[in-house]
Design a protein around this ligand. Structure first.
Ligand SMILES: O=c1ccn([C@H]2C[C@H](O)[C@@H](CO)O2)c(=O)[nH]1
Ligand SMILES: [Zn+2]
Length: 133
């Protein structure tokens, strides 16, 4: 799929709608994200905080759960926004989560344009580093 075929405005809108469902009483930062899967469906996530702060789930984490719960697949394009619609780029842990679910060349929306997952997480640790079993 070529970049011009990706409906970035639609992905950002889906991410913003997901941010409405964020549970972020501790940080006050609502986050929503959305990704286009290789079969054309759009999966979304929102951050879910916890009174035990370190247990917080980033929006990307719940989105990856939704990807698998709705049938799996790989991700072609990804966008993340705060509750005001400002573009956010994923934290380090979420880059790793996205890497494992990425279709080749996964595009990630950033404030400076779309970047590939390989640009955002160069020399990534991944499944190929594990011993054969
Ligand atoms: O990539 C990120 C980075 C942060 N957050 C959330 C976690 C926490 O609830 C809030 C503040 O860090 O933002 C995400 O959802 N995704
Ligand atoms: Zn994160």
């Amino acid at each position: 799929m070529t970049e011009h075929a990706i409906d970035w405005a639609g992905l950002r809108a889906a991410a913003l709608a997901a941010a409405e469902n964020a549970y972020a009483p501790y940080s006050g930062l609502s986050v929503g994200c959305a990704a286009l899967a290789d079969d054309g469906r759009v999966v979304t996530g929102c951050n879910v905080e916890n009174a035990s702060y370190g247990l917080t789930l980033c929006a990307e984490c719940t989105m990856i759960g939704a990807l698998h719960a709705s049938g799996g697949g790989t991700l072609v394009a990804f966008a993340c926004v705060d509750g005001s619609g400002n573009t956010l780029t994923p934290c380090g842990r979420c880059r790793q989560l996205l890497f494992e679910a990425a279709a080749p060349g996964l595009l990630v929306d950033t404030a400076s344009g779309a970047r590939t997952i390989d640009e955002l997480l160069p020399d990534a640790f991944g499944p190929s580093a594990l011993p054969a079993r």
